[in-house]
Design a protein around this ligand. Structure first.
Ligand code: GTP
Length: 301
């Protein structure tokens, strides 16, 4: 029973028994633009009162890192109750539903061509927004841990590596592998093992700072990408993570068990300037961590 001041006099209040929660209330969804073709596929920007810029520069709100897209390509801004599209002088001018449009109002379902990518404008409350959100989530995340999946991690890592090289910034990649996980599965079963994977994913997520990227890249293997982070601070981060996992109380199949992780770290450098080279170096460090007794962090040589 809920009573607000001034609602009713006490003798007028009646008790109501709620038999079911009733139909789910639709949540009001903001209008948005979603990349439905080309570079940035699935990426979305919600639209509110502030203008949203689209372009190649990472300073834009919706970044499409492709040479066909200008650094600041177009803007979507409030126009009365709706939104309008404004070309910002892009080298490849924007097209609205395949026609040039320097400045035009947007209607639900409109297609905006930005370089070689196509964006779709989805008006407020459209059920399509939720659909796109779910498809994007499914395509880019691991269902068990809700961290990024391997494919999306590689895509994000490629961009971060390019950015770090361009600006001469540090970046470190880590591979975090659960120790003796086979024993967990063999003793407690695969479903209990899945529970452990989910919990380790949660510990990882708790330790990330904004900008860090974590993924499940293999069965019992996770990867972390730490932009703006050199090897030593990355090692301190990995050590905190190691200690956090080691002190977590896991109970697969109801039986308390200590579970640990080993981590290999490698920093980006001129002779190690691609995702595969970084992974190879981090993997070699991980191998040494396993070889050295597990539950430890090792750095690349
Ligand atoms: N429950 C569960 N287990 C998985 C999943 N993917 C891989 N595994 C298991 O992870 C285990 C990995 O075992 P190994 O590669 O031998 O390594 P390990 O036992 O962790 O030993 P070290 O890595 O040497 O410390 C195997 O038993 C796989 O079946 C998964 O999605 N769920």
């Amino acid at each position: 029973m809920v009573r607000r001041d001034g609602d009713h006099e006490p003798d007028q209040i009646t008790e109501r028994t709620r038999l079911s929660p009733g139909p789910e209330q639709p949540t009001l969804r903001p209008a948005c633009v979603v990349v439905i073709h080309g570079e940035g596929l699935g990426r979305r920007a919600d639209l509110g009162d502030d203008p949203v810029t689209v372009g190649r520069s990472r300073e834009t709100d919706l970044c499409i890192d492709h040479p066909s897209v200008s650094r600041a390509h177009c803007r979507i801004e409030r126009d009365g109750d709706g939104y309008r599209l404004v070309d910002l002088g892009a080298t490849n001018p924007i097209l609205l539903n395949d026609r040039p449009a320097a400045c035009a109002p947007l209607a639900d379902g409109d297609h905006v061509t930005v370089g070689e990518s196509i964006l779709k404008f989805i008006g407020q409350e459209s059920v399509e927004a939720r659909y796109h959100e779910e498809v994007y989530q499914l395509a880019t995340h691991d269902a068990l841990t809700n961290l990024h999946n391997r494919r999306h991690f590689v895509e994000l890592a490629d961009k971060e590596i390019a950015r770090a090289l361009r600006h001469g910034r540090p970046l470190t990649l880590g591979i975090v592998d659960i120790d003796l996980f086979k024993e967990v599965n063999d003793r407690h079963g695969h479903i209990a093992g899945d529970g452990v994977l989910r919990e380790i994913g949660a510990v990882l997520r708790q330790h990330l700072r904004g900008g860090d990227i974590a993924a499940r890249v293999g069965g019992e293997e996770f990867a972390i990408l730490l932009p703006e982070c050199a090897l030593e601070p990355a090692a301190r981060f990995a050590e905190r993570l190691r200690a956090a996992v080691a002190s977590t109380r896991f109970e697969p199949g109801g039986e308390a068990r200590r579970i640990t992780v080993s981590t290999g770290l490698a920093q980006l450098r001129p002779d190690r300037d691609s995702f595969s080279l970084l992974m190879r170096a981090a993997d070699a460090a991980l191998y040494r961590a396993k070889d050295g007794g597990r539950n430890r962090v090792e750095l690349e040589h």
